[in-house]
Design a protein around this ligand. Structure first.
Ligand SMILES: NC(=O)C1=CN([C@@H]2O[C@H](COP(=O)(O)OP(=O)(O)OC[C@H]3O[C@@H](n4cnc5c(N)ncnc54)[C@H](OP(=O)(O)O)[C@@H]3O)[C@@H](O)[C@H]2O)[C@@H](O)CC1
Ligand SMILES: Nc1ncnc2c1ncn2[C@@H]1O[C@H](COP(=O)(O)OP(=O)(O)O)[C@@H](O)[C@H]1O
Ligand SMILES: [K+]
Length: 502
C-alpha cells in the first residue's frame, strides 16, 4: 500500500487518464463507487444521511457516492456548496448524472434551509467538500460547515481526506473535519501518519480506484506501508541444518554507571530475535550482574574511559549506543566502531548525540541509525517541532545525504533507505511509550541484520515485529501494567502473529 503526496496523487491520476486512456469520468466513478461500497457496510436504511459536495473533484466523488447510495435504497440529502456554475470537468459530469437520475440537490448558496441545521440533525455526514486540492485557510462557507461537522453528534465519514486537512507534511493549516472514518482513495496520503494530522482521519480504509498496474512504478520514489505480507515473505525460515553461527556474530556496545540496563534490554531482545552468538561490551563494573541476567551472552568488559579491547572486525554486525553516555570516551568508542567495524553498524540513543555525521560517509558497510524525533533533531540541527512537521522529508534528506538507513521512531515509525525509499510501520501502540523500548528495537535490528537476506527487510521487519509484540501485549494485559521487558517476552507472540495463516 503506497503513501503519496498530493502532487504524486495528481500525477497518478493524470497518467491513468492521459497515458493509460481511462476517461476521468470513469476514474471518478471508480473512486466514488469504491468509497460508497465501504460506507454502505456501516449504513442502515433508517439513518438520515447528508452528502456535502465541494467545487472540486472531491465534490465529484460525493455526487457518485450519493448516486450509489440511492441505488442501494438509501436516500441521502445532497448539498452543493458552491454555485452550480463553478463545477467543471468530471465533477460537472457526475453532477449532471445525479440530476438526470431525478435526485434533488440542495444549494448552500441559495439561502433558505441552512445546511448547518441539516448537519446537526443528521445521523451520518459524508464529507466530500475538499480533498487533496485544499490550500490555505478555509474560506466561507467551508469554515462554518467544517465547524458544524465537528459539532454534530452524527457519524462523520470523510472521502479521501477530512476536509481542510492537507495531504502533505510541512503544510500550514488551521482547521479540519474530525472524521470518524475516512475512506482514502488509492493510496495513503502523508498526513495520515503525522502526529498532529493523523487523529483527524479517524479509522482509515483505503480503497482501490482502478489505477492500472505498474502506475506507482512511475513515481520517482517508493514510499509505502510495510505490511504483514511483507514480513511473511521476507522473514527467514530457520532450517534443521542451521548452526549457531548461521545467524551471525553480534556485538552490542553500551551501558554506563547510570544506565546499566539499556544494553541488557538490547541484548535480551537480540537473543530472543534469533541471534546465535552475542557479545556484550559493557563497563567492567557490572559484567557480573549482566552475566546473571543474560547467561547466553559473552561479555567484553571495558573500564570507563578506556577503549574497547575487542577486535570489532570479527563481528558480522554491531550495535552501539544504549546507555552509553556522552562523554569523550563514549565519543571515541563510537568513532572507533564507525571506522573499524567490518559489518553492519547500528547506532542508537547516546551514540546519535555524539557521532559526527560527516564520518558516516567513510563507512564501507551499511549503517543503520535509529533516532526518535529528538535525536533526529540533534543530528540535523533542526528543532524537534520542525522534524515532527516533516518527518518524511527530514529522514529522507539525512538518509540519502549520508548513505545510511534512518529509522525515525514514533507512533508511525518511518524507515528510510540510503537510496531514498521509505517504509511506514503500521504496528505498535502506546504500550511502547516507556523507557527502554528503543533499546529493545536496537537489539532486534541487530539480530535481523544478521539473519535476513536484505537489509531493507531486516530493518523493516524488526520495526514491524517490535510493534506487533506491543500489539499482542495490549490485547492480553492492561497497558498500564506493562514493563519494557514484557515487550521482549511478547516477541514469540509477535512472530506467531505473522506466521499464522489468517
Ligand atoms: N481525476 C482526479 O484527479 C481524481 C481525483 N479524485 C478526487 O479529487 C480530489 C482532488 O480534487 P481537486 O484537485 O479538484 O481538489 P478538491 O480538494 O476537490 O477541491 C479543490 C477546490 O476547493 C476549493 N478550495 C481550495 N482551498 C480552499 C480553501 N482553503 N477554502 C475554501 N475552498 C477551497 C477551490 O475551489 P474554488 O473555491 O476555487 O472554486 C479548489 O478548486 C481528491 O482528494 C479525490 O477526492 C478522485 O475522484 C479520483 C480522480
Ligand atoms: N504511541 C506509540 N505508538 C507506537 N509506538 C510507539 C509509541 N510511543 C513510542 N513508540 C515506539 O517505542 C520506541 C521508543 O523508543 P525510544 O524513544 O528510543 O525509547 P528509549 O530511548 O527509552 O529506549 C520506538 O520504537 C517508538 O516507535
Ligand atoms: K473530504
Amino acid at each position: 500500500m503506497r503513501v503519496v503526496t498530493g502532487s504524486e496523487m495528481r500525477d497518478l491520476d493524470q497518467w491513468t487518464m492521459q497515458d493509460f486512456g481511462m476517461p476521468g469520468e470513469m476514474l471518478m466513478e471508480n473512486a466514488g463507487r469504491a468509497a460508497a461500497g465501504r460506507m454502505l457496510t456501516r449504513l442502515t436504511l433508517d439513518e438520515r444521511v447528508i452528502v456535502l459536495c465541494g467545487s472540486g473533484n472531491n465534490g465529484g466523488d460525493g455526487f457518485v457516492i450519493a448516486r450509489c447510495l440511492y441505488e442501494a435504497g438509501i436516500c441521502p440529502e445532497v448539498w452543493l456548496i458552491p454555485e452550480e456554475n463553478r463545477l467543471s470537468g468530471e465533477a460537472k459530469f457526475h453532477y449532471g448524472l445525479l440530476l438526470q437520475c431525478g435526485i434533488q440537490v440542495n444549494s448552500v448558496q441559495a439561502g433558505g434551509k441552512r445546511c448547518e441545521d441539516v448537519i446537526a440533525a443528521a445521523d451520518v455526514v459524508i464529507d466530500a467538500m475538499l480533498g487533496t486540492g485544499v490550500s490555505g485557510e478555509l474560506r466561507e462557507p467551508y469554515a462554518s460547515l467544517v465547524a458544524a461537522c465537528n459539532e454534530t453528534a452524527a457519524r462523520v465519514e470523510a472521502v479521501d481526506i477530512p476536509s481542510g486537512l492537507p495531504a502533505d507534511e510541512g503544510v500550514m493549516w488551521h482547521t479540519a473535519v474530525q472524521a470518524d472514518f475516512t475512506v482514502v482513495l488509492a493510496a495513503y496520503k502523508e498526513s495520515s501518519f503525522l502526529p498532529r494530522t493523523a487523529p483527524f482521519y479517524g479509522e482509515i480504509e483505503v480503497v482501490s480506484i482502478g489505477l492500472p498496474p505498474g502506475t506507482y512504478d512511475l513515481l520517482k520514489y517508493e514510499r509505502r506501508l510495510w505490511q504483514r505480507v511483507d514480513v511473511q515473505t521476507t522473514l527467514p525460515v530457520r532450517s534443521a541444518e542451521d548452526y549457531k553461527s548461521t545467524y551471525g556474530k553480534g556485538l552490542i556496545v553500551g551501558g554506563s554507571e547510570t544506565m546499566p540496563g539499556a544494553p541488557l534490554l538490547a541484548g535480551e531482545a537480540a537473543l530472543k530475535s534469533g541471534t546465535g552468538l552475542l557479545t556484550l561490551a559493557l563497563p567492567a563494573s557490572f559484567t557480573s550482574a549482566a552475566a546473571s541476567r543474560l547467561p547466553e551472552a559473552m561479555l567484553q568488559p571495558f573500564s570507563e574511559g578506556v577503549r574497547l579491547s575487542a577486535d570489532v572486525t570479527k563481528f558480522d554486525a554491531a550495535a552501539c549506543g544504549p546507555g552509553l553516555g556522552r562523554d569523550e570516551a563514549a565519543a571515541h568508542l563510537v568513532q572507533h566502531l564507525i571506522y573499524k567495524t567490518d559489518g553492519v553498524l547500528i547506532l542508537d540513543a547516546d551514540a546519535l548525540h555524539i557521532l559526527r555525521p560527516s564520518e558516516l560517509k567513510s563507512r564501507r558497510k551499511p549503517t543503520v541509525l535509529t533516532p526518535h524525533a529528538g535525536e533526529l533533531a540533534a543530528l540535523t540541527g533542526l528543532s524537534v517541532e520542525e522534524v515532527l512537521q516533516a518527518p518524511f522529508q527530514t529522514s529522507f534528506n539525512f538518509a540519502t545525504a549520508y548513505g545510511v538507513y534512518v529509522v525515525m521512531k514514533g507512533a508511525h515509525t518511518i524507515t528510510s533507505t540510503p537510496d531514498g525509499r521509505q517504509f511506514v510501520n503500521p504496528t505498535g501502540n502506546a504500550v511502547l511509550a516507556r523507557g527502554g523500548t528503543g533499546d529493545v528495537l536496537t537489539g532486534m535490528v541487530l539480530a535481523f541484520t544478521m539473519s535476513h537476506t536484505t537489509l531493507d527487510a531486516a530493518v523493516a521487519n524488526a520495526v514491524y515485529l517490535h510493534g506487533a509484540a506491543a500489539d499482542a501485549l495490549a490485547v492480553t494485559v492492561p497497558p498500564h501494567a506493562v514493563k519494557t521487558s514484557d515487550v521482549i517476552s511478547a516477541l514469540p507472540l509477535a512472530f506467531q502473529s505473522v506466521e499464522s495463516t489468517d
